[in-house]
Design a protein around this ligand. Structure first.
Ligand code: OAD
Ligand code: ZN
Length: 238
């Protein structure tokens, strides 16, 4: 299918990054089996929730900082360099597609990016070192130096509105590809989980690569229930 396709759009979830040491959400030991997600309205309303959210994030920082692209990331980057992949849609926030060689503009991040922070009021960006410095100094989640509103990882939390531009560009990619690869996602979180079906309905072949059953196996042309790194490893090129 990869050989026959002229426009391949990968759609990735947390499963592509587990071999890089970053846990997923819903597997045994996944993040949501250990911690309950903190919804956006709670983050906005409660200093305690903000403190807890940043405590969790800063505790994960050594893991994120050390993570390198895995075989899945590198295989997709090889297909991108070969001109077969116009862009990639990801639910991941770990920046590993960019690190594997995708131009930032060609990575459509549906759920944002956790490698930097952003004021939820004025939108000013902060690096994590700034957050850590202030967290350590005042013992609490910091507020924006410009406008005083809370600073949050530049990710999308449950209850937070989806990034419009990313949603529009993802739909464009899904509608115009001839092969859509859903990789390492349980495909249960909407609206992100709507893109595989959108691609399928627009005439693309749909392949799902995931070691557990997903919510959308029944609409796929091919389901590869196997490890992602092992499956995509042979496509890692130069
Ligand atoms: P999930 O944790 O729901 O699903 C990851 C899937 O990858 C699971 O079905 C695993 O079985 C599979 N998997 C893990 N490692 C694998 C490997 N090496 N090879 C093959 N399969 C593997 O993660 P997502 O679907 O990405 O959003 O989660 C979607 C969204 O839920 C996230 O973006 C996040 C989360 O809540 C928000 O927080 C808004
Ligand atoms: Zn601000």
């Amino acid at each position: 299918m990869i050989a026959e396709a002229s426009s391949i759009v990968p759609f990735t979830g947390a499963g592509i990054s587990t071999e890089c040491g970053i846990p997923d959400f819903r597997s045994p030991g996944g993040l949501w089996t250990r911690n309950r997600p903190i919804p956006f309205d709670e983050f906005v309303a409660s200093q305690e929730a903000r403190d807890e959210s940043w405590r969790r994030r800063l505790a994960m920082e050594p893991t994120f900082a050390a993570a390198k692209p895995g075989r899945g990331h590198r295989a997709l980057a090889s297909l991108y360099r070969a001109g077969k992949v116009p862009g990639i849609i990801t639910q991941n926030i770990d920046n590993l597609h960019q690190a594997s060689g995708f131009k930032a503009d060609d990575v459509i991040e549906l759920h944002g990016n956790t490698t930097y922070a952003r004021c939820i009021g004025c939108g000013k960006d902060y690096d994590l070192a700034w957050v850590k410095l202030h967290f350590d100094k005042i013992g609490a989640a910091p507020d924006c130096a410009e406008c005083g509103d809370p600073v949050k990882t530049a990710t999308i939390s449950f209850g937070q509105s989806m990034p419009e531009d990313a949603m529009r560009r993802a739909a464009e990619l899904a509608r115009h590809c001839d092969l859509f690869l859903a990789i390492g996602s349980s495909l249960v979180v909407w609206p992100a989980a709507g893109f595989p079906m959108m691609a399928k309905e627009s005439g693309a072949r749909l392949v799902i690569i995931n070691n557990e059953p997903t919510d959308q196996d029944d609409i796929a042309d091919l389901v590869i229930r196997h490890d992602i790194g092992d499956t995509l490893g042979p496509f890692v090129g130069n």
